[in-house]
Design a protein around this ligand. Structure first.
Ligand SMILES: [Zn+2]
Length: 436
């Protein structure tokens, strides 16, 4: 990356090729913030100089950047070949306090520099151990490509594996223990999945909190329900949330504004679940009518129980999002109302779907002998319901149905139907889903 120029700001300090574009840390962070909704990270602290245990002055600089797993703060030595010299890194959660991470690596490097593992051999060129312990890190060396082991860095100094072996030459017959540890100190709280929660906004003052991504919200919601629900009820919640997630990933983009849609389409080429990874509570809620009115209806095989639950779980989710400060009270009330209506109406509509389907199955109309004017194949709104009959929009009716079916039907619902007029009344020849 040496010689590259940041394409966004012209800085020569390019550390990352981000989606094929050479960028400096700051400009990568700007793009990550735009794509994920995370706040931009603060500027790293300025460079520092430390005198090591051997009395040499070392110069180091900070990097602060957002990895997929969290915020990483690095302290690396300058004035040495890239990747060599002293180095220390810490990984915090996505909402970690950057000052604390900076303090951690500063302390860690100071500790490293205060210790010396190697000293010059008094008898030959090269090194011997100062004590019976040696710590360092493995680094790439050009010879590695042709089969040589990695080089090592001890006391900020690069040695070949061979040179390290020679430093152990006075230990013939001794036992040793080689322990490998992660390149970064992982300071994240244990549950990484739930570490994305930003600070809750001032709900009382009416300020909305920054919503985490939908994927995180849904996991957190389920985790909270798990604590208070029976296993059976919880598993139904899981089923509904799985359906909602699938609905969002497949249909949620219809309700995005043009900018969001562009972001979504770019991400979707590599990630089928891009919707729940990019967007938050507002975009989730925009898709709830689609979920309850269309998506769940097309899932009628799910059964009345699950249909009712889809309304109940939607209500619970809306209230939960409101309690967390991710939705304002008005939106919560709207979604709760939609959920309540879905709980009442979806199971009824499903029963009506089944009754109309059975009715169509037994119809004996020969469509060959039906005149064009007496034939309708359309998605129609129910305009009027009477005992034993329906009227569809455009004055189509009466359509004779059993009283059991007309008791369920409601004006305003829609049905996919094929109708034929036989003498004065209409008969259902084919019937699809009823949409409340
Ligand atoms: Zn830049």
């Amino acid at each position: 990356m040496a010689g590259d120029i940041c394409e966004d700001c012209g800085s020569t300090d390019v550390r990352t090729i981000y989606g094929g574009t050479p960028l400096c840390d700051r400009c990568v962070d700007k793009r990550v913030a735009e794509q994920t909704g995370y706040p931009q990270l603060p500027e790293p602290p300025g460079p520092m100089s430390v005198v090591d245990a051997a009395g040499r002055s070392r110069h180091l600089r900070f990097r602060v950047w957002r990895a997929p797993t969290g915020i990483e703060v690095e302290l690396e030595e300058t004035g040495v070949p890239p990747g060599e010299g002293y180095h220390c890194a810490a990984l915090g959660a996505h909402d970690a306090n950057v000052d604390q991470l900076v303090a951690h690596v500063r302390e860690k490097v100071a500790e490293d520099m205060a210790r010396i593992f190697l000293q010059p051999s008094p008898h030959r060129s090269g090194w011997i151990l100062a004590d019976d312990v040696v710590e360092g890190r493995l680094v790439w060396c050009d010879e590695h490509a042709t089969g040589s082991p990695y080089a090592v860095i001890v006391d900020g100094r690069t040695l070949t594996w061979e040179e390290l072996g020679q430093a152990l030459s006075s230990y013939e017959g001794w036992r040793f223990r080689l322990e490998l540890t992660d390149r970064v100190d992982d300071l994240r709280p244990d549950a990484t999945l739930f570490s994305l929660t930003p600070t809750i906004g001032d709900v009382a003052a009416g300020t909305k909190a920054i919503s985490p991504r939908i994927g995180v919200l849904l996991e957190e919601f389920l985790a909270d329900q798990h604590r208070r629900l029976s296993a059976k009820t919880y598993s139904r919640y899981q089923d509904v949330i799985d359906l909602l997630r699938s609905c969002l990933n497949n249909y949620g983009h219809q309700y995005l504004n043009p900018d969001e849609l562009t972001r979504f389409e770019a991400a979707y080429t590599n990630d089928e679940d891009a919707f729940v990874h990019l967007f938050g509570a507002d975009e989730l809620v925009a898709c709830i009518p689609e979920f309850l009115d269309y998506f769940m209806v097309r899932k009628v095989m799910a059964g009345a129980e699950l249909l009712r639950s889809s309304g109940t779980v939607t209500k619970k989710l809306a209230k939960w999002l409101g309690d967390k400060g991710y939705l304002d009270a008005g939106t919560v009330a709207d979604v709760v109302e939609m959920g309540a209506e879905a709980s009442r109406e979806l199971p009824r509509a499903e029963r009506l779907t089944n009754l109309l389907y059975e009715l169509a199955e037994v119809s004996e109309v020969d469509l060959e002998n039906v005149a064009e004017d007496d034939y309708v194949d359309d998605y129609l709104l129910i305009e009027r319901v009477e005992s034993g009959a329906l009227w569809f929009e455009g004055g189509i009716g009466p359509v004779k149905i059993p009283k059991e079916a007309s008791d369920l039907a409601r004006p305003g619902w829609s049905v996919n139907v094929v109708l034929a007029r036989v003498r004065r009344s209409w008969v259902i020849v084919e019937a699809g889903n009823v949409y409340p």
